[in-house]
Design a protein. Structure first.
Length: 303
């Protein structure tokens, strides 16, 4: 099922039971442009979320995180969450909701060996792996497949080719899970369960930095959000992400600055505050340290 508009959950005509029943019967893809949209806390199926323009905020397990261009989020089956777009500006988003039986059949094929599949080709275990519900970067392979999916949908609608694309998406999610699990193994702890729990908390800290990079931060706030002590947060964050939380934050801000320098005509002082730097001098020093040149000279190479 392919939809190009979001439902108005506040409308008196909105049939919540009918709307959410669709996700049990079909794969559902939303390709929408909207503003001021919200969906209160509800239980969803396995889904893939990304934003092509603007930002959308999600509430998951008592925390809030923002999805922006270049990022995607996986939500697990039967996960409670809320989402909202709170801006006059148009936000372009893609959401893919996977029918449980469809996702399970792909996972069954991906996670079993060929001998098991030959012995029981139609025996599908409906259990699904638990994904880390954290922001991920969209790599070139995913970017290509996402562009292909959107092009096919806008040209032909939902077809058998669409489901082939969705098989790729599910394989990619498994690949992402394996990469995350390898990263979790970098946590300095003895028990596997401890490694996984600490990694989830580090992801909360990472997502907090991504979502609020334009605001002032201190380690106490970050450690409180992640439920880790400050020394443990710094030590484990560097062990897993190979940089400190502060250095990670600076890189997020610089990445955003590069995007604005390339794709907008905003003056440097405006980019400075939009990216969370204290003043223009601090921004220019950090930028030159990272890229070897001043922001305006960098901009001229892309105009």
């Amino acid at each position: 099922m392919y939809l190009t508009s979001l439902p108005d959950h506040s409308s008196p005509d909105f049939n919540e039971e009918l709307h959410f029943s669709r996700f049990k019967e079909h794969n559902v893809i939303f390709n929408t442009t909207s503003s001021f949209s919200f969906c209160d806390d509800h239980v969803g199926c396995l889904s893939f979320k990304t934003i092509l323009k603007g930002e959308e905020w999600y509430g998951i397990n008592n925390r809030r995180l923002a999805i922006r261009p270049g990022q995607f989020l996986i939500l697990n089956n039967e996960q409670n969450y809320s989402c909202n777009i709170d801006t006059h500006e148009s936000v372009r988003g893609i959401s893919v909701f996977f029918k449980k039986e469809f996702a399970s059949s792909v996972f069954n094929d991906t996670l079993k060996n060929d001998n098991e599949l030959l012995d029981n080709p139609f025996l599908i275990n409906n259990t699904q792996p638990e994904f880390f519900q954290t922001l991920n970067a969209i790599e070139p392979e995913m970017q290509f497949q996402l562009a292909k999916l959107i092009s096919d949908l806008e040209t032909h609608g939902y077809t058998g080719g669409t489901e082939e694309n969705l098989v790729f998406f599910l394989h990619y999610l498994i690949s992402t899970l394996k990469s995350e699990s390898r990263r979790a193994a970098e946590v300095s702890a003895i028990k596997v369960s401890s490694k996984m729990e600490i990694y989830k908390r580090l992801c909360i800290a990472k997502d907090f930095l991504h979502s609020t990079f334009m605001e002032k931060h201190d380690l106490d706030t970050l450690s409180s959000n992640a439920c880790l002590s400050v020394p443990q947060l710094v030590r484990q964050f560097k062990s897993v992400f190979k940089t400190t939380p502060y250095q990670y934050l600076i890189q997020i801000r610089l990445d955003r600055a590069v995007e604005l320098l390339k794709n907008s005509d905003k003056p440097v002082h405006e980019i400075t505050w939009q990216c969370g730097f204290e003043n223009v001098s601090a921004f220019c020093r950090a930028f030159k340290s990272a890229y070897g040149t001043q922001p305006l000279i960098f901009r001229k190479t892309y105009t």
